[in-house]
Design a protein around this ligand. Structure first.
Ligand SMILES: [Cu+2]
Length: 136
């Protein structure tokens, strides 16, 4: 009887240890999943702390580059630029259809593209920064 109790106690401790280890793993996995599925933090969304509306397209300005530089959208799509650089930038349409004006760090500018066509644009402060929106 005494032996069995000892054995049961050992099994119980083993079970507790296994449970704690398992729970620890599960908890950290859950945290990891949670971080990965938080809105605006998915890998293909460059704007980590911005939560775009459904169908909205986000273009991040980073390291003096529009990312992505070429975007195709359906008519009626809202496009939002976010400046992630320390330096100010603009999103300025070649054809003067839209112009963000100067955007400081984390500033945003949105434009809804209703008409099909090609909309090349650049940064008025750094004209070598070029990109294009295609609406089709
Ligand atoms: Cu710029």
């Amino acid at each position: 009887m005494k032996t069995i109790n000892k054995r049961n106690a050992c099994l119980f401790i083993l079970l507790v240890v296994v449970s704690v280890v398992f729970a620890g793993c599960t908890a950290s996995d859950a945290d990891h999943d949670h971080a990965m599925t938080m809105p605006g933090k998915t890998a293909d969304n460059p704007a980590a702390d911005y939560q775009p509306a459904q169908g909205e397209v986000v273009i991040e300005i980073e390291d003096f580059v529009f990312k992505p530089a070429e975007v195709s959208v359906a008519p009626g799509t809202k496009v939002t630029w976010i400046n992630k650089d320390e330096a100010p930038h603009t999103a300025t349409s070649n054809d003067k259809i839209f112009n963000s004006g100067g955007m400081d760090t984390d500033d945003k500018f949105s434009f809804v593209f209703n008409d099909k066509g090609e909309y090349p644009y650049f940064c008025a402060l750094h004209p070598h920064m070029k990109a294009i929106i295609t609406v089709k």
